[in-house]
Design a protein around this ligand. Structure first.
Ligand code: NAI
Ligand code: MG
Length: 348
């Protein structure tokens, strides 16, 4: 066995097809020995082949252990035989912990005090897929298990111990006493294994309120699936926008990881060459940090992104700074070149 790093690129649909190639270039520049394969998945793949997640794609993802997934354009009406390939891939690789670091980038409208890690349970809760109709009544079951809660809590506490962050356990156990009650109990039991980490707790609605009022208030939010989904989008807005928000889904022992920008296929901007590639690039940095154990590479990519934004280079989804309202935005490829140039300058 060699210790060759391998990456499986899955562009998917919409802007995924535009941003993923840029990440491939950035990661190849930062890690020259990286072996990259590209495979297909998504709605277009389903329309062409009848399978949104072909077996070859799953095989390549498993073989590489590290995946960069762009986005998928899932229809919001049920389509016979179709299931979301990203949901299926997360389940197949059992990547149960979704990490979403959010910071206030130096762009107009962002909150500089924001420096938050959302750790979201990725397999259970309301997204467990147990829904049914009984006539005009719809029933969605929300599944919380002690083991499912404890394993994501351990990832969160390990990261908190490494980074000196305080953990806030997010729940709504005052109303959902059984489900969120078990979540809270399991998370607080793991907190007991990490006496060096400070812990508090917050009701999800109150956390949303305080996050907007005081973006620097929280350091690490440990959330069940749905709450983590919503709070991390809220925090992305405080950080400068969805186009810049990265995420990484991690499995047990860090054997499998899927890097995926938080955004979707963005049909309103797809095909125009103006999608923001930074969320995807920063997701690639998370692979370096958490899957390949190369924090130096992750730091370099994040510093390059910070430098580019601070110098006023931005895609159209990022508002113009008050100081330079006239400066025109750049496209996806030009943004990619700016990040590559900033990386190259660091090495000199
Ligand atoms: P979206 O994230 O695709 O777009 C929301 C808004 O943010 C849009 O105005 C879009 O233009 C903007 N935006 C998103 N990413 C951007 C980028 N990189 N650069 C510039 N602007 C960007 O979410 P929406 O509109 O709810 O969903 C669109 C499609 O994407 C749907 O089919 C949905 O199912 C799918 N989706 C897929 C996800 C995934 O693959 N993980 C996640 C979220 C949605
Ligand atoms: Mg979401």
């Amino acid at each position: 066995m060699t210790n060759q790093l391998r990456l499986c690129l899955i562009p998917g649909d919409g802007v995924g097809r535009e941003v993923v190639p840029v990440v491939g270039e950035v990661l190849r520049a930062a890690l020259p020995r990286l072996a990259v394969v590209e495979v297909e998945a998504g709605w277009e793949t389903f329309r062409r082949t009848g399978n949104a997640l072909p077996p070859e794609t799953l095989k390549a993802a498993r073989a590489c252990g590290a995946v960069l997934f762009g986005a998928v354009a899932s229809p919001s009406h049920p389509v016979a035989g179709y299931r979301s390939p990203i949901v299926a891939l997360r389940r197949e690789l059992d990547v149960f912990a979704n990490l979403r670091p959010l910071r206030g980038w130096l762009v107009a409208g962002a909150q500089p005090a924001l420096d938050l890690l959302v750790v979201r349970e990725n397999t259970e809760g309301l997204y467990a897929g147990r829904e049914r109709r009984e006539g005009d009544t719809a029933i969605s079951e929300r599944v919380i298990t002690r083991e499912g809660s404890a394993r994501v809590a351990r990832v969160a506490y390990r990261l908190a111990a490494e980074s000196g962050r305080r953990v806030t356990v997010v729940h709504k156990a005052n109303v959902l006493r059984v489900g969120d009650g078990l979540w809270r109990e399991a998370c607080l039991a793991v907190a007991g294994e990490f006496p060096q980490v400070e812990t508090d707790e917050g009701l999800v609605d109150s956390v949303a309120y305080h996050l907007v009022r005081d973006p620097g208030r929280y350091q690490l939010l440990l959330c069940p699936n749905l709450y983590g989904d919503i709070l991390s989008d809220l925090a992305a807005a405080l950080g400068g926008g969805l186009g810049m928000a990265p995420s990484l889904s991690l499995g047990f022992g860090e054997r499998f990881a899927i890097a995926e920008p938080v955004h979707g296929a963005a049909p309103d901007v797809a095909g125009r060459g103006i999608a923001n590639p930074l969320g995807a690039i920063l997701s690639g940095a998370l692979l370096a940090r958490h899957r390949w154990d190369r924090p130096d590479v992750a730091d370099a990519i994040e510093a390059a992104v910070a430098h580019v934004l601070a110098s006023g280079v931005r895609t159209p989804d990022v508002p113009a700074p008050v100081a330079a309202p006239g400066e025109s935005p750049v496209g996806t490829e030009e943004m990619g070149r700016a990040v590559l140039a900033a990386l190259a300058r660091q090495r000199r």
